[in-house]
Design a protein around this ligand. Structure first.
Ligand SMILES: [Fe+2]
Length: 357
């Protein structure tokens, strides 16, 4: 473990693979576990932290007594005080403070593919923070990270060209206020939970601001159609980054992820969920029209993305995935215009909180 050289640092600073730009940079304490002193130190070395975030894409703070949502919020605010609490994504979440939420209430068996947070809205968050309040059992439930700048660089040029030229069309179907549940194979969470209102005119205005095309379904649900480009430029460095939700929203997401999860962890349980995901995906494709699926992505003109392109993309993303077992009190700060995150399935207790700026 090497000490930081750029500034006087009371903590050990290293990367997991020893690379100068390795993901993530780890700032670990060996003696002083006080989160308030960490906040004071971060506040006094703000530029240094921001530079590390830009270079590495994520910084992991480890070994501190960060064991409640308010403490986590203070640590996140010491890095970026401009926290937001409007969430237009698909995961059901529970509020822990006004700005800290459970990361996802999706069932533990559901794998969350790599994505940059809310990449499909007009102004995605600049930074994302996770905190492990209760670590999962060993060998599951990690929040892997991937450098999406490197993914953009490494994705097959023909696959990339097809995506960039043809763009993405996203369809999402949310349950109505009285329908569905927080997890439903056929529909996303309730739209009034996402928009924090049951007033349709307020929802429609918000959709217009975000570039979503809303339509109300006969059962009281809400269908959102939107388009998004494949890449974005980093707002500070101008570096292009793979910045879209195709691997998360595409119908093939669950079987595509589980195939790789089973290769990583060849257990009977993972094989079972892989096969179940395959069967349910075929069932959905056969019983639902494209725009009635809970969520799906096509090219912008509505034509299907070749399965081989989706697989090639997943291979590149998985090649760049960094899987770090959670420890209690871990906080990871992520540059959301550089690095993606996801969730591997787990069993038993796991409490991971999130906030963003
Ligand atoms: Fe996310």
């Amino acid at each position: 473990m090497q000490a930081a050289t750029a500034v006087e640092c009371p903590y050990a600073v290293r990367t997991l693979n020893g690379a100068a730009d390795g993901l993530p940079l780890v700032i670990q304490t060996e003696h002083d576990r006080d989160p308030e002193r960490l906040c004071a130190w971060v506040g006094a070395h703000h530029e240094w932290i921001e530079e590390r975030l830009r270079t590495h894409g994520a910084v992991l703070f480890r070994g501190f007594d960060i064991d409640t949502a308010p403490t986590f919020e203070r640590v996140a605010r010491s890095i970026d005080d401009d926290l937001k609490n409007e969430y237009l994504g698909t995961s059901p979440r529970n509020g822990l403070t006004d700005y800290v939420f459970t990361a996802s209430e999706l069932p533990p068996f559901y794998p969350i593919p790599q994505h940059c947070e809310m990449s499909f809205i007009a102004q995605p968050p600049r930074r994302l923070f996770f905190c492990c309040l209760v670590p999962p059992a060993e060998g599951c439930g990690e929040t892997p990270l991937a450098d999406f700048r490197k993914v953009l660089h490494d994705v097959d040029p023909d696959v990339r060209r097809r995506f960039e030229q043809r763009g993405l069309r996203i369809v999402r179907n949310y349950s109505g206020p009285n329908g569905g549940g927080r997890f439903d194979l056929w529909k996303l969470k309730r739209w009034n939970e996402m928009f924090l209102t049951s007033d349709r005119s307020v929802v429609e205005a918000k959709c217009r601001a975000e570039g979503f095309e809303p339509s109300w379904t006969a059962d009281g649900g809400l269908r959102l159609v939107s388009t998004q480009p494949i890449t974005r430029m980093h707002p500070e460095t101008g570096t292009p980054v793979w910045h879209n939700h195709v691997t998360t929203f595409h119908l093939s997401a669950a079987p595509g992820e589980y195939r790789r999860i089973y290769a990583l962890r060849p257990t009977l349980r993972n094989w079972f969920f892989w096969q179940l995901a395959r069967v349910l995906t075929v069932l959905q494709r056969r019983t639902k029209a494209r725009d009635e699926l809970a969520m799906h992505c096509t090219y912008r003109d509505g034509s299907e993305i070749p399965e081989a392109d989706m697989e090639a993309l997943r291979d590149v993303i998985w090649k760049h995935m960094v899987i770090i077992p959670w420890r209690r009190g871990d906080v990871v700060a992520i540059d959301n215009y550089a690095v993606s995150h996801g969730r591997l399935p787990y069993q038993g207790r796991r409490e991971v909180a999130v906030c963003w700026a």
